[in-house]
Design a protein around this ligand. Structure first.
Ligand SMILES: Nc1ncnc2c1ncn2[C@@H]1O[C@H](COP(=O)(O)OP(=O)(O)OP(=O)(O)O)[C@@H](O)[C@H]1O
Length: 290
């Protein structure tokens, strides 16, 4: 077995040294032929592609948060190489939804030797941006923007931007068109979800990452005290189950918003938009799961 580990050295709140050591130990014990490819934040997709051609791995492990998972997924799309996840990020949304263990030794073991490989849908925006877990417009995207522009990490950064972003995010009036119907809605944030739950463990639907559908979640009200509590206890997504009511499940949608609004995909800030086309690429990847 030839395994390529794509590792984001700066992901998560603590050092990734323990994971790297653990990979070396397990690779020697299981006689795995392995190679590391560290991300730099620049030209990472091109570098991974080069490694795929040179090293010809049987599987690729994405070591990092949702941003790294999405990066590796993009490179592997259309190739028949399975992806595994080593959750080294701060929220690890997709890994949580797939029940990948958070204990690093167990996650390393699963990523290297796991035999249960299932299909993974990928969400696509405007036919050019890809998402493996969660994208949204409104409050959360505003926070991602502030993180990106002003820096800050961990809980201090999170709390610093949460209140500001809630205060700055106006009520959105928007129209969703799907093959099933047209919906007029109002909310402070709209999430587009591939998985059935947020990284925080809050369930949003009965869907799964391989059901060929995605969910549109309208966050129609944000209670400040609940948002702070959810943020403090669960980190990264402040949405509590009382804040959204209506969830639309679909395969394709067009959304038009009455104003320009911040947009993020898997923790990466994408700029401002006032319309989006969304569709799902069913079973586009293969992923190692417990
Ligand atoms: N060597 C590096 N130095 C600085 N930034 C990097 C480096 N490698 C990757 N990045 C950036 O890290 C971001 C992806 O982070 P990732 O999602 O893996 O971790 P995280 O933000 O800690 O976790 P989470 O998404 O779970 O909150 C991307 O914006 C990418 O450009």
């Amino acid at each position: 077995m030839r395994t390529l580990f794509v590792v984001n050295p700066v992901s998560g709140a603590s050092s990734n040294d323990k994971a790297i050591l653990c990979i070396h130990e397990r690779a020697v014990a299981t006689e795995t032929d392995f190679k590391f490819c560290y991300t730099s934040g620049n030209n990472d997709a091109e570098n991974i592609l080069e490694q795929l051609e040179d090293f010809k791995p049987d599987r690729v492990v994405a070591g990092g948060g949702d941003g790294t998972v999405q990066l590796v997924a993009r490179v592997l799309m259309g190739k028949n190489i399975p992806m595994a996840i080593l959750p080294l990020g701060s929220a690890n949304g997709l890994a949580t939804a797939l029940q990948i263990p958070s204990r690093i030794e167990d996650a390393v073991e699963l990523s290297m030797t796991g035999k249960n490989i299932r299909p993974l849908d990928v969400l696509r925006f405007d036919r050019k941006h890809y998402c493996t877990h969660l994208a949204d417009i409104g409050i959360n995207a505003r926070m991602v923007k502030r993180y990106t522009e002003e820096g800050g990490s961990g809980m201090i950064g999170y709390m610093k931007f949460l209140l500001q972003s809630i205060k700055e995010s106006p009520l959105l009036n928007y129209i969703i068109k799907t093959p099933e119907g047209i919906y007029h809605k109002e909310g402070y944030m709209v999430a587009f979800a591939n998985a059935h739950m947020y990284g925080t463990g809050i369930h949003i639907s009965q869907g799964s990452v391989s059901d060929g559908k995605f969910e549109i979640v309208n966050v129609e009200r944000v209670a400040l005290d609940a948002a702070i509590k959810a943020g403090l206890t669960k980190f990264n997504v402040f949405i509590d189950k009382d804040m959204f009511s209506d969830v639309i499940s679909c395969t394709e949608a067009d959304i038009t918003i009455d104003k320009h609004v911040d947009f993020q995909i898997d923790g990466e800030y994408m700029g401002e938009i006032d319309r989006l086309h969304i569709d799902i690429l069913s079973s586009y990847l293969r992923i190692v799961t417990p």
